[in-house]
Write a protein that binds this ligand. Structure first.
Ligand code: NAD
Length: 371
């Protein structure tokens, strides 16, 4: 029997509450399909700092490197606001991303029809929206050197960040976007600012070549990133897969997120390169939201972003499309039935807590697996 090794890193705040609901779903999958998931839990963020004095220990980092996939909750909270900068909770996530070389960040923006009223846009613009944003995660202006503030000695300072991309970095994120488009509606929109940035010119050139030579079956269009932002709020359903750099991706994926209503609904995946020997990619899945200290420990957090992150794992790490579809359909049906956590509450719906929402999704999932 295949075994699939999952490392669960619940983290801080609502992370552990939401993670518990995924563990119940993993148990159902194992029981109903013999999927052979083996889970192990480890510490990250403030919880790891309290136990080990570091936001992730070397031993837990080794577990992450050895796992078939990592599921991450959330980190941070006021308790750790004063710990040294390099040991702050977020540094645990940054180390995971760096050591696992996770260069592609995938953020779907899906608007469940039952939640279309929660969007900042009109229902007709977002109802049934299903787009995927791929953001380059390990290069660009957040990491380029020089990165400094220089004292000019005349009462002035100069702040410098450097936007830099090499061919291979653009090629690999482009390939990840084209591959994703092949499993969806077959269209990629690449966004950069080639009108004012050299990295934009190179980005455009490389994505065009990769598309032409390796993915002629996928439709490729280019858009300046600022125009792309405008189109995202004007007519978001025109997009299928959007691929863009680290900085633009950071902003555009947050804009797309708000089209769908609530932070508690949004999953994400971060993928590394495919290992030629094993055919596996390193991968980490996490909800977009943070540790929500304002509601932590109250049993009211929405576990759907966490559960949907696990659905992405089924899809992208284990090619379990049927099971991923079943889990996403289970989420949609629970919402359709008017069951809501507080963050997505609507008039006439029934408000439930984390446990009850998790149990409702789990029950709908079990039914679909059995069907
Ligand atoms: P947040 O996402 O934690 O919370 C923002 C708001 O959304 C809060 O009102 C919260 O209650 C609500 N919310 C978020 N997720 C929810 C859910 N699943 N169900 C119901 N409501 C939900 O962002 P923040 O308040 O800016 O940050 C809180 C802490 O989380 C900080 O320490 C921050 O550094 C950290 N953070 C961590 C990550 C991460 O781990 N990847 C991401 C963002 C923020």
């Amino acid at each position: 029997m295949t075994t699939r090794k999952l490392l669960l890193l619940p983290g801080d705040g609502i992370g552990p509450e939401a993670m518990a609901e995924v563990e119940a779903i993993v148990a159902i999958l194992n029981a109903e399909t013999g999927a052979g998931f083996e889970t192990e839990r480890a510490l990250v963020g403030g919880a790891a700092f309290d136990a080990h004095g570091a936001p992730i220990s070397d031993a837990d980092m080794a577990l992450a490197m050895a796992a078939d996939a990592v599921l991450f909750g959330a980190v941070g909270g006021p308790k750790w606001d004063t710990v040294p900068y390099e040991k702050r909770p977020e540094a645990g996530l940054l180390r995971l991303r760096k050591d696992m070389a996770l260069f592609a960040n995938l953020r779907p923006a899906i608007c469940y029809p039952a939640l279309a009223e929660a969007s900042s846009l009109k229902r007709k613009l977002v109802d049934g929206l299903d787009i995927l944003i791929l953001r380059e995660l390990t290069g660009g202006v957040y990491f380029g050197e020089p990165k400094e503030i220089v004292d000019l000695g005349n009462g002035q300072k100069r702040g410098v960040d450097t936007q830099v991309y090499e061919t291979y970095e653009i090629e690999r994120i482009a390939r990840a976007a084209f591959e994703a488009a092949r499993t969806r509606r077959g269209k990629v929109t690449s966004m950069e600012k080639r009108n004012v940035m050299k990295t934009g010119v190179l980005w455009n050139e490389v994505v065009t070549r990769v598309g032409r030579e390796e993915y002629p079956d996928v439709t490729l269009e280019h858009m300046l990133a600022d125009a792309g932002g405008m189109q995202l709020v004007r007519a978001p359903k025109q997009f299928d897969v959007i691929v863009t750099d680290n900085l633009f991706g950071d902003m555009l994926s947050d804009i797309a997120a708000m089209l769908t209503g609530s932070l508690g609904m949004l999953p994400s995946a971060s993928l590394g390169a495919v290992d030629a020997a094993t055919g596996r990619r390193k991968a980490l899945y996490e909800p977009v939201h943070g540790s929500a200290p304002d509601i932590a420990g109250q049993g009211i957090a929405n576990p759907i972003a966490m559960i949907a992150s696990f659905a992405m794992m089924l899809r992208y790490s284990f090619a379990m499309q049927r099971e991923a579809d079943a889990l996403e359909a289970a989420i949609a049906s629970v919402l359709e039935n008017g069951i809501r956590t507080g963050d997505i509450m609507a008039p006439g719906a029934r408000q439930v807590g984390t446990r009850e929402m998790g149990a409702a999704v789990a029950a709908a999932f079990r039914e679909r697996l059995a069907a």
